[in-house]
Each structure stands twice: as structure tokens, then as C-alpha cells.
Design a protein around this ligand. Structure first.
Ligand SMILES: [Zn+2]
Length: 124
């Protein structure tokens, strides 16, 4: 398989750049919300519990956003280097449909499945 066509690459770069902006804004907002949280006082126990469970959910979402932002940034970097579209594991060209669905993915379908197999323990 040959590397992605220039117009496909341009389209993917647009998607990645947009996603990068969204994620940066989201993380920025979260950081600001968290900073202003410290100013609030006086809560009864019910509120504190609700607050804490909300914070826990936010932490998961935030860690996902952080991971995704790192992937998106790495994908944009690979685009600049000209290695974008090649699987970071086996070096094969990643299927275009997969790139369109997941522009930031560093792996082809086979390697991704490998990574997600329980017990392998290898992480991105
Ligand atoms: Zn691969």
C-alpha cells in the first residue's frame, strides 16, 4: 500500500489540528475550573460526596483527553516528518478508512488488536 494521497493527508491534518484545539481548550477549561474550585468553602456532606464523584469522572475524562492530545500531537509531528500513515509497530501503511476514523492512531488494525489483547501489557 502506498502512503496517503496529499489531499487525504491535508484532510487528516485538518481533523487532527481541530481535535488538538478542542482538547487543549478542554484541558485548559478543566485546569481553570479546578483552580477556582479551591476558592469554594462550606459544603454539607452530601455536596462533598457529589462533588467527589463528579471529580472522579472528570479525572477519567481528563486522563483520556490528555492521552488523546498526546496521540494527536504525535500524529501531527509524524505528518511533519513525513512518516504519518505508517504503523509505528510494524511499519505497514495503515488503511485509509482507519486513518479517517481515527486520524491519531499510531497503529494498524492488526497491531492495535495485538496491543489490546489482555495480558500483553504493552502500552502506547
Ligand atoms: Zn502494524
Amino acid at each position: 500500500m502506498s502512503p496517503p494521497e496529499p489531499d487525504l493527508l491535508a484532510r487528516l491534518r485538518g481533523l487532527l489540528a481541530l481535535r488538538q484545539q478542542e482538547l487543549r481548550a478542554l484541558l485548559q477549561d478543566a485546569a481553570e475550573a479546578r483552580a477556582s474550585d479551591h476558592g469554594t468553602e462550606v459544603q454539607d456532606f452530601k455536596d462533598v460526596a457529589a462533588e467527589e464523584s463528579r471529580a472522579a469522572i472528570d479525572d477519567v475524562a481528563l486522563s483520556h483527553a490528555t492521552t488523546e492530545l498526546a496521540q494527536v500531537s504525535a500524529a501531527l509531528r509524524r505528518m511533519d516528518e513525513g512518516s504519518y500513515g505508517a504503523c509505528q509497530e510494524c511499519g505497514e501503511q495503515i488503511d485509509e478508512r482507519r486513518l479517517l476514523a481515527l486520524p491519531a492512531t499510531p497503529f494498524c488494525t492488526a497491531c492495535q488488536a495485538d496491543h489490546e489483547r489482555p495480558g500483553r501489557g504493552r502500552r502506547l
